[in-house]
Design a protein around this ligand. Structure first.
Ligand code: NZQ
Ligand code: ZN
Length: 386
């Protein structure tokens, strides 16, 4: 097991009706709250009214920044930062999915910065602080509710960059599975794939960490078990609960201890989103199975064998390569069954600039820390994904 340093300062309030704690919890940080949310979801499912009522009961002044886009834009971060300065905001409260929470982290940092917040996302400046951030999670997927990461797009430069600072972990997050009952089938499936891919990025590693592998397998098995149940029965509390906390654990540090992050799937997907504004997990579903095909070799055989047997329930056999291939085949079949795209053409990406994408993905020479892939490897994966 590699050395690691694990600290996660986000307090989680998990369960039905925990949402109602939002007033008292927010009040601990002051009287002025910036409520950040997306387009329509929380108004349609009643969560907006509930949150406003709880905040008003505590005489909190609520300022609002609605309309955060999926794949949040740098423009929203700039606007939110200005609102914080103007209204002397004490707490930035995200009510939404990963996009809203990610935006709130940028906004809370922009609030204490005089320059352009893109400086953080383009790694020009380090943040020296952020306003307190809190979240009410409405979509199980990214893990943003319990990590410091924030992924923001600058469509002007075709960049979608992940950034975080020691100040951007939410102080607390409310995980009430009932708030995810209204999530569409497609977004539910996206969440399933995102959580799985977060785990792949650590599970597929040459570092030996037996305990970590078992944690990763448990998360993957839980997601694979409960995902289809939630898709069939969106108000199944057990399924929504298990998906919710699995996706949190998939990227809160627990699935990664003692391991090196591979990064091929996320880095390449962020490029696709920056060019085509596709849903993050649509891109991941298209890339990951082709990436697995590409990196399966004698060197990675044992890992893929374990994956096939322990996660997908493939029967053990002396013909390890066939077992490993069947494991990858089950990934394709599962994604197909939950109606995720498997080809770029499935998300209407036709004739993409493959050369440019492969060059940008390998701008540091290679991509992927488990198996280093060069320009021609990435081109091959993208071609197979057409
Ligand atoms: O805009 P609204 O109306 O809120 O609708 C959203 C949006 O259309 C909808 N939704 C959310 N909760 C809902 C709901 N619809 C019905 N009922 C609810 N309860 O779902 C759509 C997608 O929302 P979004 O927040 O974009 O999805 P997700 O949580 O998957 O977040 C994706 C973003 O997070 C980034 C991605 O790159 C992408 O930009 N990521 C963030 C990470 C992190 N911070 O650690 C890691 C991830 O790998 C990822 O990169
Ligand atoms: Zn992801």
């Amino acid at each position: 097991m590699k050395n690691f340093n694990f600290y996660n300062p986000t307090r989680i309030f998990f369960g039905k009706d925990e949402t109602d704690k939002i007033g008292k919890l927010s009040k601990q940080y002051g009287d002025n709250v910036l409520l950040v949310y997306g387009k329509t979801a929380i108004k349609r499912n009643g969560l907006y009214d509930r949150v406003i009522s709880r905040l008003k009961e505590e005489n909190i002044n609520v300022f609002e920044l609605p309309g955060i886009d999926p794949n949040p834009r740098i423009e929203s971060i700039r606007e939110g930062g200005e609102l914080c300065k103007k209204h002397k905001i004490d707490l930035v409260l995200a009510v939404g999915g990963g996009s809203v929470i990610d935006a709130s982290k940028g906004i809370a940092s922009a609030a204490l910065y005089d320059g352009d917040p893109w400086d953080f996302y383009s790694y020009k400046e380090e943040s020296k602080g952020a306003l307190p951030i809190a979240s009410i999670l409405t979509l199980s997927a990214t893990g943003s509710e319990m990590n410091a990461g924030s992924v923001v797009t600058n469509f002007a430069t075709k960049e979608k960059n992940g950034w975080g600072s020691p100040f951007t972990n939410p102080k607390f997050s409310i995980l009430d599975p009932v708030n995810t009952f209204s999530v569409s089938k497609h977004q539910t499936a996206c969440g399933i794939v995102d959580a799985l891919t977060h785990v792949y990025e650590f599970y597929f590693s040459s570092d030996q960490a037996y305990l970590n592998d078992r944690v990763c397998e448990s998360i993957m098995k839980t997601v694979i078990h409960f995902g289809p149940i939630a898709l069939k029965d969106p108000e199944n509390f057990e399924a929504r609960s298990n998906l919710m906390f699995s996706s949190t654990l998939a990227l809160n540090g627990l699935s990664g201890f003692g391991k090196t992050w591979d990064g091929f799937n996320h880095t390449t997907e962020h490029l696709l989103s920056a060019y085509y504004d596709i849903a993050h997990a649509d891109g991941l579903a298209i890339l990951a199975p082709h990436w697995m095909d590409k990196i399966l070799s004698k060197k990675t055989l044992n890992k893929f064998y374990e994956f096939a047997v322990n996660v997908w329930g493939v029967e053990e056999s002396e013909d390890k390569m066939s077992v490993a291939k069947e494991g990858i085949n089950r990934v394709y079949k599962f994604y197909e069954a939950i109606k995720m795209p498997l080809k770029l053409s499935d998300v209407e990406i036709i004739d993409p600039p493959l050369d440019e994408l492969a060059k940008r993905a390998t701008k540091n020479g290679t991509i992927g820390r488990y198996i280093n892939l060069d320009y021609s490897d990435v081109l091959d994966i993208l071609n197979k994904a057409l």
